[in-house]
Design a protein. Sequence first.
Length: 108
Amino acid sequence: MTTKVTLDINERLAEKAKKYAEEQGQSLSALVETLLSDVTKPKEKVLEKITPKNPELVKRILDGTEPIPKDLEAFFSRKAKVNPEFEYSELSEDKKTLTEELMKKYGS
């Protein structure tokens, strides 16, 4: 089922959008529908509650009495340069918990 929507937008922008849609082999309606579908998708949950296997290690790292493991440090510096949304699936369970706690403590 579809519904008709009337939009008031800048004339030049409308012409550019029509041209772009044509170049993509679709109608302006299809282009707008795709864009609206993308922006209205529910956001994925980035962090999930994980219980660490070694809570004492996590506590020591957060307290500063234990250094952050080199591979986790490298992971953060590599990901921060590429994308601020980290790939948590690449981390072990303890490192996922540590990451979550560090982000809570120091912000994202």
